[in-house]
Design a binder for this molecule. Structure first.
Ligand SMILES: O=C(O)c1cc(C(=O)O)c2c(n1)C(=O)C(=O)c1cc(C(=O)O)[nH]c1-2
Length: 258
């Protein structure tokens, strides 16, 4: 079977007739899922990176994404809690430091707050998460629940969207710097740092699933974890589009000024 030409992948899972016989077929299928479902393809990102949004819309995106960013270390603590195996915990724990930082060293969450502050948002308001869309909260919480409830293999596999993040971050850095006069390199430092962190993390996760998914059923579960995660990311942008491009802001959510 040629995984890259496969059909039968539904919105939620790969077809029952798709049988992945080895690690190479698994990797080809994961890359196919990324190429067809990663949120780099979402219309909201096309607008964001193409300079087609106004400042209020970019603020709404950064405000909502803060909830995702600030939940990632909680998710990673859950992933760690799934492993008796010390080596896996040791390997995974730098992810928490990457986001939370350490005494005297800045982490990704602080860098994200530089972005929201640079965009003119009040940091206490961003941190309160009061203005985020309900769909942002539901999607992000679903990711944490997934890592708690599914198998440890699926918990690791659900991080595999990061395989596809560096290209998106490159596109975002250059697109946003080029198109928006309210964006400068300093406030984009979050993404610059992820360009080195994400490939290291993604490669570990990819090697892990290729080694530990030993049966066709386990390989299918890895693919389904990646599909689940692409949906977590996609629905967040659907909600942003509906609220801030089409103008249907849900009650109580952030309303851009002016
Ligand atoms: O900007 C993005 O589009 C994007 C996507 C993803 C992703 O693919 O899940 C992550 C990030 N950024 C990111 O910055 C990040 O730290 C991160 C951690 C994880 C994860 O699942 O553990 N994904 C992502």
């Amino acid at each position: 079977m040629n995984a890259t030409t496969m059909t039968g992948i539904t919105a939620l899972s790969i077809g029952k007739d798709i049988r992945l016989n080895n690690a190479e077929e698994l990797e080809a299928t994961l890359r196919h899922i990324g190429a067809t479902r990663y949120h780099s393809l979402h219309p909201f990102h096309k607008l964001l990176h193409g300079g087609k949004l106004n400042k209020g819309q970019v603020q709404a995106w950064a405000l909502n994404r803060y909830y995702y960013q600030s939940t990632i270390p909680i998710k990673d603590a859950v992933v760690i809690s799934r492993f008796r195996d010390r080596a896996t915990r040791v390997e995974w724990r730098h992810r928490i430091e990457d986001h939370d930082g350490d005494i005297g060293s800045e982490g990704g969450i602080e860098r994200w707050l530089k972005l929201t502050e640079g965009l003119g948002l009040d940091t206490a308001y961003v941190e309160s998460t009061e203005g985020i869309l309900p769909a942002t909260r539901f999607a992000v919480e679903a990711y944490v629940h997934y890592c708690r409830e599914k198998s440890p293999l699926e918990a690791i596999a659900s991080s595999l969207t990061e395989l596809f993040a560096p290209n998106l971050h490159e596109e975002r850095i250059s697109g946003m710097l080029q198109h928006y006069d309210f964006v400068n390199p300093d406030i984009m430092s979050y993404f610059k740092r992820r360009l080195t962190q994400a490939p290291r993390d993604a490669n570990f996760a990819l090697d892990y699933v290729k080694t530990h998914a030993r049966t066709p059923e386990e390989r299918a579960s890895v693919c389904n974890a990646l599909i689940f995660k692409t949906n977590v990311l996609w629905v967040q942008l659907d909600a942003l589009y509906h609220a801030y491009v089409e103008g249907h802001i849900p009650p109580g959510a952030f309303v851009p000024k002016g």
